[in-house]
Design a protein around this ligand. Structure first.
Ligand SMILES: [Zn+2]
Length: 162
């Protein structure tokens, strides 16, 4: 098995076991997160989601602060500690990136989009308001080609956005 294939398999495993919506203090915790699996599948189908090179903690803080400023939200706290769920997740004021590949740009874009969605609202976990924000974050951070790739993948998987 090639290294790339191993990496993809690990990523899928991480993504499909993501349980962030049930962790931490978040708005609308009882709102059904019916689009989550489709969003993860659409991400798995994007080439830019294959580059999961970990950034340094300092680079992550700079990137998260920059994105927070662009979207006029309060910068969240960032935790790099492992925790009982061993999953990347976000609340309105916290991002948890507990394992090396979660310190990469695609994960950071995904998690900061939750922070923005939870602070600005309507908070909908992986719903259409989240995906719309997520597309904007990807466009701003990774550029137009990654934005188009994600949008096309959303369309293929039937992920709703505005
Ligand atoms: Zn998520």
């Amino acid at each position: 098995m090639t290294l790339a294939k191993v990496l993809i398999q690990i990523t899928e495993n991480m993504v499909t076991t993501e349980i962030e919506e049930y962790i931490g203090d978040i708005p609308n915790p009882k709102l059904k997160d019916s689009q989550a699996k489709l969003v993860f599948s659409a991400e798995d189908d994007c080439l830019f989601w294959n580059n999961l090179t970990p950034l340094s903690n300092e680079e992550i803080v700079l990137l998260v602060n920059r994105i927070s400023k662009w979207f006029c939200v309060n910068s969240p706290k960032i935790s790099f500690e492992g925790h009982t769920y061993n999953s990347a997740y976000a609340t309105s004021n916290l991002i948890v990136l507990p394992f090396p590949i979660s310190k990469s740009v695609p994960y950071i874009c995904h998690e900061i989009s939750h922070v923005i969605n939870y602070q600005i609202g309507p908070a909908d976990h992986h719903g259409k308001y989240f995906t719309t924000t997520y597309l904007e974050v990807v466009k701003k951070v990774l550029g137009l080609s990654a934005f188009r790739e994600l949008k096309n993948s959303f369309d293929r998987f039937g992920v709703k956005y505005n």
